[in-house]
Ligand binder design. Structure first.
Ligand code: WQD
Length: 341
């Protein structure tokens, strides 16, 4: 069975990708420092896939530790690199923490497996586009100056991978630019686990609905959009996870060479108020929300052109906004009744 190293594999997207890797006949090997994830996720994963996957607790900034890992796991055929700090607001407060963590971890992994024919999938973000001039945004749209150190680390990491390729690396590389991942596995055994007050919309919605938050504030309804609230391309995390398997398949196909990049979205934009309405209509839960001022740094509207993903990656989303909301709600209710620790 082909072994795939999943760095950050205990996180929200990483854990869902571990499930899809097993469903597709791969053997995942998880590496995670547990700085932004719970060790109990391993037990949750076992309930879904039927066994506890191999797990190494390791800070990928520890160069020696990563080389020791590569000695223990030499026959890795693919690497899916999720491990990174990813809170936009925090990155503005602590830029050097973000540059250190996101670059050292990437460099250590790339160096430890250098020279081996490894298929490398990089977790990137639509953040690299900033506010696109043309919508839907395609992969060859200009990358704009990053709006945060977090976004900058994604942009620079993509450039590092391109330069590595140009230097004749044996790695094949695919960068996946995520739009807004939301929802949870249909088992409701894994999902998004924000630490503290959620920054992102959907976990704030579900925590408000379950009563952990008194209300949710819509950050602005005076944008140039149909109902005045911002537009994003929300994608179900299970659809997103499946795209990582598609990326491995593409690189395993002899015709793929070098480096490529793909948008991972639905190709459809939804406003904040539409998401709130979809949540209420699909779950029957009434949400207490108020309209507040715009949030600093938010772009007005973005949604992805997913033609290339459909035609080249041979992947497209299957799950709709209602399913995203229902699965997020089922997970919130599960975790409220079954706290992990
Ligand atoms: C979505 C919309 C908010 C909370 C960020 C990162 C991006 C990616 C996903 C990592 C916006 C509005 C939110 C709330 C609200 N992360 N909102 N009230 O900012 O699009 O993307 O997370 O890759 O890189 O930038 O996601 O969920 O924070 O916000 O009105 O309480 O919901 O203004 O319009 P965002 P988000």
């Amino acid at each position: 069975m082909a072994k795939i190293l999943v760095t950050g594999g205990m996180g929200f997207i990483g854990s869902h990708t571990v499930v899809e890797l097993v469903n597709s006949g791969y053997e995942p090997v998880i590496v995670d420092d547990l700085s932004n994830s719970d060790p109990k996720i391993l037990d949750q994963l076992a309930k879904i896939i039927g066994y506890k996957p191999t797990f190494y607790k390791l800070d990928l900034c520890d160069e020696n530790g990563v080389y020791q890992l590569a000695e223990k796991e030499p026959d890795i055929t693919g690497i899916i690199h999720f491990a990174a700090s990813k809170a936009v607001g925090e990155s503005v407060q602590h830029p050097l923490k973000y540059y250190r963590n996101n670059f050292f971890s990437l460099l250590n992994v790339l160096n430890a497996y250098k020279g081996k024919p490894v298929n490398f999938v990089f977790s990137s973000s639509c953040t690299v586009y900033g506010q696109p001039d043309v919508l839907p945004v395609t992969e060859d749209a200009p990358v704009k100056p990053a709006e945060s150190p977090y976004g900058n680390t994604k942009q620079i990491a993509e450039e590092m991978l391109v330069d590595m390729q140009k230097a004749g690396s044996r790695y094949k590389v695919i960068a996946l630019r995520y739009f807004n991942p939301v929802g949870a596995h249909s088992s409701a055994l894994i999902g998004e686990l924000p630490i503290g007050i959620p920054q992102n919309l959907v976990p704030f919605i579900t925590q408000t609905a379950i009563g952990k938050r008194e209300k949710i504030t819509v950050f602005g309804d005076d944008y140039n959009t149909p109902d005045g609230s911002c537009i994003r391309d929300y994608i179900h995390v299970v659809d997103l996870a499946k795209a990582h398997v598609a990326a491995l398949r593409l690189m395993e196909n002899g015709s793929f060479t070098g480096y490529d990049v793909f948008n991972l979205g639905t190709g459809k934009g939804s406003t904040v108020l539409e998401v709130i309405r979809a949540f209420e209509n699909s779950t029957g839960e009434k949400l207490n929300y108020v309209i507040g001022p715009r949030r600093e740094g938010d772009i007005e509207k973005v949604w992805g052109d997913v033609t290339k993903s459909k035609n080249v990656l041979k992947w497209q989303t299957e799950l709709d906004l209602d399913t995203m909301m229902q699965s997020a709600w089922e997970w919130e209710k599960y975790i409220a009744a079954n706290p992990l620790n």
